[in-house]
Design a protein around this ligand. Structure first.
Ligand SMILES: Cc1cc2nc3c(=O)[nH]c(=O)nc-3n(C[C@H](O)[C@H](O)[C@H](O)COP(=O)(O)O)c2cc1C
Length: 183
């Protein structure tokens, strides 16, 4: 094991090694949307996390080389739509699986909340955000969002993705005492 002064000189694992391991990390599937000059943009993303509740803030990691990244940065707003299991087609279309020239917003029913970024009707949850800090991280940007409106539908399972497959949340078991304090 390296001494603490040597830690910075440890070489990183290969990208392939990292990707194989991170594929085991199961996440809910989201569609990140924005609106700029009357045009709508969006992509499927699993790299989404809550940051804090006071102030209400989350983050999404978006590839800089995609079309939607710069639109979000220019628009200064985005909406995180957490998909239900019934919205798997939306996930695939916004991942680009329907082809490059397809109108992604033809799939699903869309509305707006406060910012004007597209919000998916019937989504498990919607977080309408004003873009905060943008943190460049190699190929991606970490985009922080301050939440100005939410919507949610309870009782519908969220769509999951892990080990390179879309998955369903099938098993629910009772939590040990105390775990709800985290929520
Ligand atoms: C399950 C899944 C999760 C994804 N997660 C992300 C993500 O977190 N961030 C990202 O930038 N791209 C992610 N992608 C890839 C984008 O959805 C895809 O490249 C999309 O076509 C980008 O659209 P754009 O060019 O309009 O930005 C994911 C794709 C899939 C299928």
């Amino acid at each position: 094991m390296a001494m603490s002064q040597d830690l910075k000189s440890l070489p990183p694992v290969t990208a392939a090694e990292y990707v194989s391991a991170i594929a085991q990390h199961v996440s809910s599937v989201c569609v990140i949307t924005t609106e700029l000059d009357g045009e709508r943009f969006g992509l499927t993303a699993t790299a989404v996390s809550s940051v804090c509740a006071e102030p209400p803030r989350l983050l999404v990691c978006v590839n800089k080389s995609g079309l939607t990244h710069d639109k979000i940065v220019r628009a200064g707003k985005f909406c995180v739509n957490v998909l239900t299991e019934a919205q798997d087609t939306v996930a695939m279309v916004f991942a680009g699986m329907g082809g490059k020239d397809v109108d992604r917003f033809a799939t699903g029913d869309w509305m707006t909340l406060e910012t004007g970024a597209p919000a998916l009707q019937g989504a498990a949850a919607v977080f309408d955000c004003v873009l905060g800090e943008v943190c460049a991280q190699s190929t991606h940007s970490v985009l922080f969002g301050d939440v100005v409106a939410t919507a949610h539908v309870s009782g519908r399972d969220t769509l999951l993705y892990g080990a390179r497959r879309f998955r369903q949340l099938r098993k629910v078991f009772s939590a040990p005492d105390g775990i709800n304090e985290y929520l």
